[in-house]
Structure formats: structure tokens, C-alpha cells
Design a protein around this ligand. Structure first.
Ligand code: ATP
Ligand code: MG
Length: 557
């Protein structure tokens, strides 16, 4: 398996320790994991956690990892999701050793169910869903036996065959395991193994009208594939005895074991396909890969790199108890990754024109600037300068407070990579809004000339006006507002109305050939990524991946 995790070993965690022990003591010859998504939505950052854990663990110990689609619930599943999941796993840098679908095993699962019936370990039950629920009992009260629990083996075999043959309506009957209606663990109170659903399956078509339940299908899939460590999230801890029961009673040869770790939760982040699907269906976002979405495809479109996501998943570790990770951790890892890789460039978000009145008319000069001052290997770029430039409206104040070091009448500032300028005149329109600034420059102060006769306190960025490229810049915030305080409110009431603020600005002309997916650091504004779509005015669209400082610091500043 060729997975691009740069041979970084997985930091120590309790599952890794189990693997090491199993190998050392010879319980397992080769470790075999799997990532088992249900193809009912796009993968999110929580899935990335599970993907990294399964693939990296197997990788480190020269084992194998399968991708297995858990396609046992045909109503919600779709090949669009299958395709997106494969794309996302590969993009994260992993290649599975084998690809399977739970539906590959439907025949074998059926045969094992027949075996259970023959052993007196499963029965066909005619109770309605509501009656079943009523007899199940509670955490403090034992359940009661179904009146169908003691059907004969012959009758069960006959009814189960007829369920498969399509003789009964959806919900009319189920196949249940015969375990213990008084078990303290409710998942062992005769759980359902098969249900009737006359629905078309995206792979098996109309071949089946009975479908196995997760708790039955999952351990069988694991055993059939020879999975040694079946890693899942904490909410399945109570299901582990059922997992073991299925392996044992179905007489599976492979000894496979389930291990649970805490699912990843991130502040202000929705981590459930069901809710993410609601956002897509309700039009709150523009699709599963909307750059605000915590899906792998949304994060990719926003400009997150696979490395940054892998590093995040690896470094936050594998916990045994649920917790919530601060979203700023993710931001940290993408800044770390882009710091050395992303070219620097200047973008003016809310432009105001500056005329440099003592600069020759019609002249354009090309100034040298580093592509990335923190990584000299990236070389130099050339930026045009002329008599007319744009600066950021925010970088000028007519009546500045104390300690304002940017441009104001009479003040001198440095233009990044260019000259010092002084503001002499403020031009306003009829409404009193500032529309243009008239400045003069000092030719002696050219950047790189070693000029040090006087110093200025402020440096501002700019773009040359005649060659600047218009661009649309999307400033993104979390989709949810302060989730912790409002978590009992309906999802759609918790949407942050400012999750995408669109501003029009200008970027340097050397950006004209940038491609979708390329990342840049816009001086002072943060890291941005070229979107796959242009705006309705056919201009380049950039999504802000992350600001330069954490949002927390930025708010305070
Ligand atoms: P969702 O509720 O978002 O649909 P799921 O657990 O139902 O999630 P599956 O497709 O069944 O999604 O999950 C595939 C694998 O990913 C499972 O092993 C599951 O435990 C794991 N997984 C899902 N969400 C997380 C998460 N937030 N953190 C870690 N692992 C996760
Ligand atoms: Mg699920």
C-alpha cells in the first residue's frame, strides 16, 4: 500500500498499543483494518479522523486497509455518494488494498441467518415496530418475550425464505436474534437481524427485498474480509457484545474484534451527514462542497490541504472519552502547512484610488518582491507601480485617533515593496464620501534601496490601478453560531447569517492565470484559495481559508 503519510508514525494511543501487543504476542500476524462509510452523504472531517486512524495504523505495521461501503440501507444511499467518498479518501492521500460493499455479502449473510435459525438462535417475529418497542423494556426494567419467540425451526425457515421471496409487505415481519429479553444491555434483547424493504438498491437492484441490519451485517463483513481490528466510535460500545455474539453464533472463522474511540467533535461545526444534508437540501449552502461545509470536499474547495487535515487528525490524538476540539486547532494546521508553500500577494478588498501626483504620467515600473519572504526558494515576482494605485479604504482615515499609523492627511507611510507616500489632498463626492486621495512619493525611498534617512511607522498594501485584476473575495465564518449555548435550538435557527461575506476588490496582475484550488497569502488578509467557479461578472472568486491570526486574536486586536 502506497499511502502518502510521509512515514510519520502514529503518535502513541490506546488502539495502537493494542495492535503492538497483538503483534508481539502473535495473536495477529498482519493487521487488517477497514474504513466502512455508509454512502448516504459526503464525508466530513470526522470521517477523516477515522480514515487517518485506520489507514495510518495499518500502514505503520505493514498491514492492510479495506474500503467497505456499508450499503445496507438502500433508501438513503446513492452512487453519487459512493463516488465522492472514493475521491475524498484518495485526495486525503490513502489508497485502499481492496474495495468492498456490504452488499457483496448479502448471499453469505442470508446463509448465516439460515444457520442461526437452524441452531435455534433466530426467529421470525410478526410484531409491529411499536409492539416490539413496548416489549423491549427499559434500562431499569427487563423486556418481555415476543409471542413469536418459540416458533419452530421449520416454521422460521419457511417464513424467512418467504420474506426473501417477497411474499410480505414492508414491516410485516422481521428476523430477530434469540438472545435474552432480560439482558441488562438492551442491544442484546433479541435485536432485529433482517427487515423487509421493497426498495431498489443502488447495486443489487431488485434482487433483495430483505436487508440486514448494521449490527448483524457489520461483524460479518469484518469477519469475511479478515479484519483484525474493527475500529468504530464510542456509541457502538454497547453493541460490542452483539458484535461478538454474531461472530460466534454465525461460526465465523476469523477472530475479529471491535475497538471504540471517541468521535471527533469540533466547536461550531456540524458533524453529522444527516444535518449536513439538511443544509444542502434547504439551500442554506450551495451544495456538499460549499467552502463553508466541514465536508472533505468543502474543505478542499476552501483550500485546506490534505496534509493539514492529516496532521490535524494525527496530532489531536485518539481519545477514549468524548470531548470537543477547538476549531482553532484546524486553523493552526492549515496555517502551518501553507506558511512555506503559499505565494504572497497583495489584494485590496474595499478599494479607494490614490493618485501619486508627482509620478510621471503614463509610466509603469516593475518592482521586485519575494514570492514568499519566509521561503526564499520560491524566488521573486514583479509588481507594477504607476501614478494610480488602489489602497484599502480601511487604511485611510481623515481624522485618525492617536496611534493610527496608516494614511491620513499629512502623514507618510510605506507602500509595501514600493515607496513612501504622503497624503496631501482628500477628494470627496457630493455626499462627502472620500473618493480619491492625492499623494506624493519620494523616489529615494524605493524598497530595497537601503534608504534610511527617515522612518515611517505604517506599511500599507496596494495594487496598481490600470493592470489590477478585479476579484471577488469571500470571507467565511462558521455556519453555526455559538453551538454550545444554542444546541437545543432547531438547526436552521442556529445558522450564522454572516457565514459568507462577499467583497469585491483587486488583486495583482500576475494572478491572471491562477487555477482553481491554488492557495495564496494575501498580505494582511490571510490565506485564500481560488474557487472552482467564477462570479456572475466572470471575475475570479477566492475563498478565505483562514485569517493570519486566529479569529480569537483578531477580534481582540
Ligand atoms: P454520520 O452521523 O455523520 O452519518 P456515521 O458514523 O453514521 O456518521 P458512517 O458513514 O457510518 O457515518 O461512518 C463511517 C466511519 O466513520 C465509522 O467508522 C464512523 O465511526 C466514523 N466516523 C463518523 N463520524 C465520525 C467522527 N465525528 N469522528 C470519528 N469517526 C467518525
Ligand atoms: Mg451512519
Amino acid at each position: 500500500m502506497e499511502n502518502s503519510n510521509e512515514n510519520k508514525s502514529v503518535p502513541s494511543n490506546f488502539i495502537k498499543n493494542i495492535v503492538i501487543e497483538d503483534l508481539q504476542e502473535g495473536r495477529v500476524q498482519e493487521i487488517h483494518t477497514r474504513f466502512p462509510p455508509e454512502p448516504n452523504g459526503y464525508l466530513h472531517i470526522g470521517h477523516a479522523k477515522s480514515i487517518c486512524l485506520n489507514f495510518e495504523l495499518a500502514d505503520e505495521f505493514k498491514g492492510k486497509t479495506n474500503l467497505r461501503f456499508d450499503d445496507t440501507n438502500p433508501v438513503k444511499e446513492d452512487t453519487e455518494y459512493v463516488d465522492s467518498i472514493m475521491e475524498d479518501v484518495r485526495w486525503l492521500g490513502f489508497e485502499w488494498d481492496a474495495l468492498f460493499y456490504a452488499s457483496d455479502y448479502f448471499e453469505e449473510m442470508y446463509n448465516r441467518a439460515v444457520l442461526l435459525i437452524k441452531k435455534g438462535k433466530a426467529y421470525v417475529c410478526d410484531l409491529t415496530a411499536e409492539e416490539t418497542r413496548e416489549l423491549r423494556g427499559t434500562l431499569t426494567e427487563p423486556g418481555k418475550d415476543s409471542p413469536y419467540r418459540n416458533r419452530s425451526v421449520e416454521e422460521n425457515l419457511d417464513l424467512f425464505a418467504r420474506m426473501r421471496a417477497g411474499e410480505f409487505a414492508d414491516g410485516a415481519r422481521v428476523l430477530r436474534a434469540k438472545i435474552d429479553m432480560a439482558a441488562p444491555n438492551i442491544t442484546l434483547r433479541d435485536p432485529i437481524l433482517y427487515r423487509i424493504a421493497h426498495v431498489h438498491h443502488h447495486r443489487t437492484g431488485d434482487a433483495w427485498c430483505i436487508y440486514p441490519m448494521y449490527d448483524y451485517a457489520h461483524p460479518l463483513g469484518d469477519a469475511i474480509e479478515g479484519i483484525t481490528h474493527s475500529i468504530c466510535t464510542l456509541e457502538f460500545e454497547d453493541h460490542r457484545p452483539m458484535y461478538d455474539w454474531v461472530i460466534e453464533q454465525c461460526e465465523m472463522e476469523t477472530q475479529t474484534h471491535q475497538y471504540e474511540f471517541a468521535r471527533l467533535n469540533i466547536t461550531n461545526t456540524i458533524m453529522s451527514k444527516r444535518y449536513l444534508k439538511t443544509l444542502v437540501d434547504e439551500g442554506v449552502v450551495h451544495g456538499w462542497d460549499d467552502p463553508r461545509m466541514p465536508t472533505i470536499s468543502g474543505m478542499r474547495r476552501r483550500g485546506y490541504t490534505a496534509e493539514s487535515i492529516r496532521n490535524f487528525c494525527r496530532e489531536i490524538g485518539v481519545a477514549k472519552a468524548n470531548s470537543v476540539i477547538d476549531e482553532r486547532n484546524l486553523e493552526f494546521f492549515i496555517r502551518e502547512d501553507l506558511k512555506m508553500k503559499a505565494p504572497r500577494t497583495m489584494a485590496v478588498l474595499d478599494p479607494i484610488k490614490v493618485v501619486i501626483t508627482n509620478y510621471p504620467e503614463g509610466q509603469i515600473e516593475w518592482l521586485d518582491a519575494e514570492v514568499n519572504a519566509e521561503n526564499p526558494e520560491m524566488g521573486m515576482r514583479q509588481i507594477p507601480f504607476s501614478r494610480e494605485i488602489y489602497i484599502e479604504r480601511e487604511d485611510f482615515m481623515e481624522n485618525p485617533p492617536n496611534k493610527y499609523f496608516r494614511l491620513f492627511p499629512g502623514n507618510e507611510v510605506r507602500l509595501k515593496h514600493a515607496y513612501f507616500i504622503v497624503c496631501n489632498d482628500v477628494i470627496k463626492n457630493e455626499d462627502g464620501e472620500v473618493v480619491e486621495l492625492h499623494c506624493t512619493y519620494d523616489v529615494a525611498t524605493k524598497s530595497g534601496s537601503g534608504f534610511n534617512a527617515r522612518k515611517v511607522k505604517g506599511t500599507i498594501h496596494w495594487v496598481e490601478a490600470s493592470l489590477a485584476i478585479p476579484a471577488q473575495l469571500r470571507l467565511l465564518e462558521p455556519l453555526l453560531v455559538d453551538e454550545t449555548d444554542n444546541k437545543d435550538m432547531p438547526l436552521l435557527d442556529r445558522i450564522n447569517p454572516n457565514s459568507m461575506q462577499v467583497v469585491n476588490g483587486y488583486i495583482e496582475p500576475n494572478m491572471k492565470d491562477v487555477q482553481a484550488g491554488e492557495q495564496f497569502q494575501f498580505f494582511r488578509h490571510g490565506y485564500f484559495c481560488v474557487d472552482k467557479e467564477k462570479s456572475s461578472e466572470d471575475v475570479l472568486v477566492f475563498n478565505r481559508i483562514v485569517s493570519l491570526k486566529s479569529s480569537f486574536d483578531a477580534k481582540k486586536a
